[in-house]
Unconditional design. Structure first.
Length: 296
């Protein structure tokens, strides 16, 4: 096994430029895949956070007294599916509006704070956030006759989840295209290396060397190029994560849980390394086998 490694290292030394080209192609493909994966992973975290922190906003009828509003809050707080309930009074709603949108202040002064309905902000437990459970809970609130509107934004969250599924599918298609392009480019580059060493390979074939003996050093070269390419790609992805992604997070004020903008999970990192190594191995194997068939 030592001899094939020596032959592989010799090939890399003799054709350093072509080896660097192969490594660069693999690095670029893995970086593009990794950046796309970073976006998908963090969008998944956002949507998952929304799905596990669903809030129901139940707006009281104007005819409901403050005492009945407080009683409704206590009643809901005792239900098994409810995690927390906050009563938002007319005054609290008006203060929130004045803070977030100062331009509506004069309008509120004219209409009065009672123009904004009081509401209950309800947070549900994780086991009660399915669409069916949300619909049942909202219907039970409407049946009390105390609420003019019950809004839980579930449809919007489901649309976001659907968009994420589409984005993931597009990522898979993009991955196939990028890896296919990398295989084509690396394979053609390795074919140039094989052609440059054609005399050596023809002599090996004449003295009875097996195809495995001839192919193995090139496969090792491809694996090493893929491994180095994957390491360079992961370093580049970490730089992207620390730089561009942090700035994007600041520019788009979304809640990405307590961990901030996430890096790729370990399993996905291992997968990218395996894809890079596999690309180099497969491209080398196909290129050399194609050349050997011509010699046959």
């Amino acid at each position: 096994m030592i001899l094939p490694f020596r032959r592989a290292l010799r090939g890399l030394r003799e054709h350093t430029y072509l080896a660097m080209v192969n490594t660069g192609v693999i690095t670029a493909a893995i970086v593009l895949l990794g950046v796309y994966a970073l976006v998908v992973v963090n969008l998944q975290a956002v949507v998952s956070g929304w799905q596990h922190d669903v809030h129901v906003s139940a707006y009281f009828e104007n005819s409901v007294s403050a005492e009945d509003q407080a009683a409704s809050r206590v009643e809901l707080a005792g239900r098994a599916e409810v995690k927390a309930v906050e009563l938002v009074t007319h005054e609290m709603a008006a203060a929130w509006m004045r803070e977030r949108m100062p331009e509506v202040g004069p309008m509120l002064d004219e209409l009065g704070e009672e123009a904004l309905p009081a509401s209950l902000e309800v947070t549900l437990n994780d086991g009660h956030t399915s669409p069916a459970a949300m619909d049942t809970f909202a219907a039970s609130l409407r049946e009390t006759g105390r609420f003019s509107e019950v809004d839980y934004g579930r449809e919007w969250v489901e649309r976001a989840a659907g968009f994420l599924r589409t984005l993931t599918l597009l990522g898979a298609v993009l991955g196939v295209i990028l890896i296919g392009a990398a295989l084509f480019l690396v394979g053609n580059t390795i074919h140039l290396v094989v052609y440059a060493r054609r005399d050596e390979l023809e002599i090996l074939r004449l003295v009875g060397a097996t195809d495995g003996y001839i192919v193995t050093p090139f496969v090792i070269e491809g694996a090493l190029e893929g491994l180095v390419g994957s390491v360079l790609a992961l370093v580049a992805l970490e730089l992207v994560h620390q730089g561009v992604m942090s700035k994007l997070h600041e520019a788009v004020p979304l809640t990405f849980d307590n961990e901030g903008f996430r890096f790729l999970p370990g399993g996905l990192l291992v997968g990218l390394v395996l894809v890079a190594v596999g690309t180099g191995v497969l491209a080398a194997f196909v290129a050399v086998r194609r050349f050997l068939r011509r010699l046959a």
